[in-house]
Design a binder for this molecule. Sequence first.
Ligand code: SAM
Ligand code: SF4
Length: 340
Amino acid sequence: MLDAGGKDKILLFEKAREITDLNIDNKVYLRGLIEYSNVCIKDCLYCGIRKSNKNTERYTLSDEDFFQSAIYALEHNYGSIAIQAGERTDKVYISKISHLLKEIKKLSQGKLGITLSLGEQTLDTYQKWFEAGAHRYLLRIETSNKELYSKIHPNNDLHNFDKRLEALQNIRKAGFQLGTGVMIGLPHQTIKNLADDLLFMKALDVDMVGMGPYIEHPETPLFEAQHLLKTPKQRLDLTFKMIASLRILMKDINIVAATALQAIDKMGREKAIGYGANIMMPNITPTNFKKNYKLYPNKPCIDENTEECGLCIDTKMNLIGSQIGYNEWGDSKHFTNSKV
Ligand code: SAM
Ligand code: SF4
């Protein structure tokens, strides 16, 4: 399916859309994305905010800025927020996140759903954050191929494939809806690797997936392998096919229309919704910090304020005939169905 072209590609997209309409309401759910901090202890070879990138101006949102973003999501009926950041595992940070989670729960009177994407932590930390009020956790495996994983990460204890697998199990153990995902179009990645990624997600029985195109960043070591890359347009097309194929494989999970799609095609996320995705993550980070959370070049909306960004999403969703599930958590049906 991943090398489908012409008629086969059209069939693939039509089938994915049909399955989405049958199994998920024709609704797109929002997670207001708060990029809480770009401080990171890790050095993933592809990421613009990796520890060793000295050109990145580091920040962590103040509590006030953070709560203002959460209140923005609440007042604009987003239903949920997603908190994303570089990885930190120190005690002060763990307690800070627990505190913020409890406060959001209080200030929204439990109305805001919370997804976390804060990297690899211990089971104890995952449990603390679950108890503090978060209920979905996204940790991409990045690639399910151990050999490829070692080519895109430093080979040390902090970037260990088996530990990442263990972290995914611990997220589930702690009670979270489990999300994972991969980057598409990495150097050295084959179509077979991507097909295996889909089977990996199915075997792990995940509740949600966020996957998007790899975009090379000139201030990272993996940029050296840029001559091996498919064109951005090919990576975009491959991502659409991955989304459509996954929708056929896993009918009732949540699939994110990743922000990186928009870095290649202005309508990339909206197109992904048409091919089986059902989650959008409008960026509600305060405008003056967005430019410093730069994982890759061409990051969309960095100069727009949150209000402008939100407006364009509404208009685009109307254009493609999808409805936004305002004020709903939009939990993974795969998760809720498994609890019945
Ligand atoms: N630090 C946490 C982690 O790694 O899980 C969460 C934040 S991290 C920035 C979120 C995701 O950004 C990663 O899982 C990775 O897939 C993606 N990412 C980083 N650099 C990228 C790049 N150059 N192109 C596309 N996606 C990238
Ligand atoms: Fe840090 Fe996540 Fe970037 Fe890796 S992908 S360097 S853990 S922010």
